[in-house]
Ligand binder design. Structure first.
Ligand code: UDP
Length: 327
């Protein structure tokens, strides 16, 4: 393979699915990961360079060795709750880590970057669906660190000629339909895996955080996007930069909202297993409704989600939790 991309965080959930899609597109993914939350067994489509973002020298060396055309930067701490309790960890790993990484790119002459951003940079949006020009006022340290990196990329573009694509993910979910990769977080805090764990009897029940929101069934609404659709968008972003595309920020979601209750119902429909639930109070900092306008991603990157209906998301995720798909 003559095309090479450097992937920080390539041993993680979205990173590993993206490496698989890159390899299928004929691009060698070189993973740079410290394996703090990622898994060595997820690195199957190219070499692994073990290291942390703070190690500028090691990143420079990896760039000089492998000569990637582009960097995809996934590596980050990504728990909203933890970021509130331990913001220092988030500013160090995400912001300081990205400064070190971008400086390594500058030194080694790599100036194309695809960056994992998030809808958490919007905070509680003033209107829906969320378009890219919606004001970015994050409501937690995690979202603030991601917004800071977006802003840094803008400054590096103006001063040093970097070209970047910031992809603002909504709720990544689902898993590789071939079963080679699954969603594995420790601790697991996300709705769909938690609900599947409850359906499989791996935890006693799912805690539902609030059913008194101003939504049709009272539970929060989110925009779930299949991880393989996200992976595809990263390959498109690498090609976009290769073809000379201008710096870009794009939402990646399904464009549809799904409530917590609809997720629970879909799990029952797909697996014929009930999700035991316990209703709790609202979780601090949860916006009631979030979903994306994805027109811009379609126009610029040709983004057309194929697997992001809730049934397909659950069908692909369920086997990873030992659940059979029955519908
Ligand atoms: N949620 C829930 N129980 C859980 C985990 C999540 O009720 O165990 C709800 C949460 O309040 C939110 C939605 O499910 O409304 C999605 O939460 P998740 O943590 O998966 O993603 P977020 O939208 O917070 O990034």
């Amino acid at each position: 393979m003559s095309r090479v991309v450097l992937v920080t965080g390539g041993a993680g959930f979205i990173g590993s699915h993206t490496c698989k899609r890159l390899a299928e597109a004929g691009i060698l993914p070189v993973v740079f990961d410290n394996l703090s939350t990622g898994h060595r067994t997820n690195v199957r489509w190219g070499p692994l360079v073990e290291g942390g973002l703070e190690d500028t020298g090691r990143i420079v060396e990896a760039i000089q060795t492998f000569r990637p055309e582009c960097l995809i930067h996934f590596a980050a701490s990504a728990y909203v709750g933890e970021s509130v309790e331990d913001p220092g960890k988030y500013y160090r790993n995400n912001v300081a880590g990205s400064v070190s990484l971008l400086e390594a790119c500058r030194q080694a002459g790599l100036n194309r970057i695809v960056f994992s951003s998030t809808c958490a940079t919007y905070g509680v949006p003033p209107r829906l669906p969320i378009t890219e020009d919606t004001v970015q006022l994050p409501v937690n340290p995690y979202g603030r660190t991601k917004l800071m990196i977006e802003l840094m990329l803008g400054d590096y573009a103006r001063a040093y000629g970097f070209r970047s694509v910031a992809l603002r993910y909504f709720n990544a979910a689902g898993a590789d339909p071939d079963g080679q990769l699954t969603e594995r977080h420790d601790p697991e805090t996300h709705l769909i895996p938690r609900a599947l764990m409850a359906a499989a009897g791996r935890v006693d029940r799912l805690d539902v955080f609030g059913d008194d929101y101003a939504t049709p069934d009272g539970t929060c609404i989110r925009d779930y996007i299949h991880v393989v659709d996200l992976a595809e968008a990263h390959v498109a972003a690498v090609d976009y930069l290769r073809n000379g595309g201008d710096p870009l920020k794009a939402n990646l979601g399904s464009g549809r909202g799904t409530s917590v209750r609809q997720v629970i119902d879909a799990i029952h429909q797909v697996t014929r297993k009930r999700v035991p639930v316990q209703l709790l109070a609202r979780r601090a900092g949860d916006p009631p409704v979030l979903y994306a306008d994805t027109t811009w991603a379609r126009q610029t990157l040709g983004f057309r989600p194929q697997l992001s209906d809730i049934e397909t998301i659950i069908k692909t995720a369920a086997p990873g939790f030992g659940l059979e798909v029955r519908s």
